[in-house]
Design a protein around this ligand. Sequence first.
Ligand SMILES: [Zn+2]
Length: 227
Amino acid sequence: MDSASLPDQPPSLKQPESRPALRVTELASGLLLLLDEHGITGRLPLDARAQASRLRHAVKLTVQATTGTAARPPTPPSATAGELLQAWIAAQPWAQPDPGPVGWAYLLCFRDPATGEHRPLRGNGCRGQFAGHYWGWTDDLVRRINREHRNPNWTGPGRLVQVALAAGLTFELAYVEYPATRSRERRLKNQGGAYRRCPLCRGTGSPLDPVQVAAAVSRLPVARLED
Ligand SMILES: [Zn+2]
């Protein structure tokens, strides 16, 4: 699966925005904020979640294209409501310039192999290491999950997962966002509360198969949303 074949920044976004386009951006970003705020994003079916991720990415590109990323002039006092909202959107963490490649942000949920129930990793050290979930980012979901995390002898990134496997735990792929940058993954991680975001722990979703997820996302109509 070559996720890099999906276009991520169509040239049309670099053109000056029209008023209707700005309105759509405002409404879309408002909807995304509400979905996040109410914790709904993680409970959406996979295809809807992937489209929400695409919409988030498209909104961000539009905001960056219309406000500029380096020097943003202060909002004049006579700004319209639309301009105020646009400035507010541009100041949101998720709308900040997000350099770097686009790939998958994903959440692993550690499980008990016998019961299938959620079971956190409990370390033995004096620091009391405790991890129920693992956030990661990759440009190749299938390789990372199936050939790296599932491999008990893997020595690359994601050491915590191997520690969990060695402790007798297993894991499921619980949540994905695509397209997502490494910065998006860091923000998800820093928000904390992986348990609250995990569809398996909330009982709102089933384990994801990386092969099916990658195949489903590659079939989504990409251009239509980002045109
Ligand atoms: Zn979980």
